[in-house]
Design a protein around this ligand. Sequence first.
Ligand code: COA
Length: 665
Amino acid sequence: MSASPVRLEREGRVAVVVIDNPPVNAGSAAVRSGLLEAVAAVAADPALEAGVIIGAGGTFVAGSDIREFGQPLAEPQLPAVLAALAACPKPFVAALHGAALGGGFELALGCDARVAAMDAVVGLPEVTLGMIPGAGGTQHLPRLAGVAKAIEIACSGRRVKAAEALRLGLVDAVAEGDLRAAAVAHALALGGRKRPVSALPVPADPPEAVADAEKAALRAGKGRPPVVAAIAAIKEAATLPYGEALANERRMFQALRQSPEAAALRHLFFAEREAAKVPGLEGAAERPVGSAGVVGAGTMGSGIATCFADAGIAVTLIDQDEEAVARGLACVKQGYDASVAAGRLDEAEAERRLARIHGAVDLASLADADLVVEAIFEDMALKEAMFARLDAVAKPGAILATNTSYLDVDRIAAATKRPQDVLGLHFFSPAPVMRLLEVVRAAKTSPGALATALAVGRKLRKLCVVAKVGEGFIGNRLYAAYRRQCELLVEEGALPEEVDAALESFGFAMGPFAVADMAGLDIAWRMRQRLAATRDPRERYCAIADRLCERGRLGRKTGAGWYRYPPGARRGEPDPEVRALIEAASAAAGIARRAIDPDEIRGRALATLVREAERVLAEGVALRASDVDLVLVNGYGFPKHEGGPLFWASRQDRARLDAATARLA
Ligand code: COA
């Protein structure tokens, strides 16, 4: 039998219950049993007057063990531990450091007091995992913070730092020195008195404050079932007797944790951890990156420079002439001004970040940079020439990265004498906002260079997914196939607004035609022109997008694309001119247009994504299925609650899906 992950130590009259379940002290069944035994031991021992619960290692309890949520929960369950704490005549203090999240925070809320280290964060991320808290979180949090604040915290799932937690009353004290000693002292100071959170009244928040919090949470959470349930459970804290509301919370938790949405979100949680594991990097030495350069001060380049500045890395932003550099810097400043105006950043911090970015026109200014990202025009010849020049000025060992979204990184690398240091860093727009970063491992990229790029990506707080070289890597490759299928649907009879509506109803943030208009139609147009010479003449080609581009309809920026955008319009409007153009294109292709229902639209668009994803996997462009899911969810608006295209596919009737993909061929 393995040793219990919970042990009881003594400090005079205080029992220190240590949870030791590496790496993050997840609250597994063994931890819960150990806690029950420890609480019983404290209750039974007359030499003890109080208990402290503390985590070994770097954290308190990062949460319940997420792996257990897909199965029947093993006994004892967390509410039994909380009931034992409540029934124990002696008070318990939770000593929090690192993360006290989900079930970990609920455990702390089940104690009589909480002492936090400066580095502690607390929170209830269950909603982000498709559930609600199931062990009193929705009942205890509002008793401390009020209903409105509890709704905001639980529905966003955000991590509340120690200082704010203290201000909100979520913790009773913040320990500046030794946490364990402070918690023991706090336990003794309670003088044996119990102070359960459940006994506190729920503060009377003004109804408008609650309504506002509710509205904001529903909007941010897109009205998903876990958000709705969390709001309902929290509001019950103020309207129902404690025991009844607690039982309702548990019931909702049990139902939601077994929902397809929760399964999808758990899949994505573990997918993110898997993505960080890249074969072939064992023992690779990461190089320090203290300064960076970005070449190309357009929207993308200035966004990438902002990412570095945000992460505390000094960056030089280069473009051909002073004017372009000034435009790039102005764009960066505009971004920071907007963050300050929205209250996301204070002015002093924005100043500090801005001060990390320097403009220059001379590539030689990059001589000292540890890493350079090229973000110039998407053209192979230009990129090859740029990399030859970068090769000449960059110091030995500097990483040279391209932000290309489609082009062959091997060819770009071959323009240098150091292909081992060349790779792709494909940022998504807007770069400071989008979390996804495709890290492209070219044929000759060395393990050290890749490991360094991944470390930098993490420092920029990006979700890094490694891809191999291949037209469009993972994301744009899948998306191009998907978009093409959507255009074929239009050629056969659907209208852009019908396709967009069908896919938005599946959960995509935006339909493909609205996305195309927002991104600009010219990039894909250039790509099609580039590929025209090598296109298989037997392949069906839909020319509608080309016709739009030829008419100068390049999307939102030109006031017209698949839709028209009258001045001030928030959304595009269907345009009779586009409809006429589509009907003419169908006729020219000899297609009799027919009505296409939303199910067929969704079925074909999704089957296309799945088919292309399977190819990307077969070719080794992606390391694993879950990486493809992460890319589509984090870079292309695929609904999180469906877990990504391959997770979605794994939940479909396989025969039907195979038939659908076969029809596409
Ligand atoms: N249940 C099960 N396993 C968990 C876990 C949990 N609640 N939290 C983390 N882990 C695992 C991870 O899967 C990873 O395992 P691996 O090494 O086998 O891949 C390991 O613990 C380390 O986690 P990781 O996220 O890579 O470490 P980190 O130091 O970057 O971050 C945390 C630590 C605690 C901030 C982060 O793990 C986290 O946010 N965890 C989830 C918290 C949560 O949502 N809890 C509520 C559950 S209801």
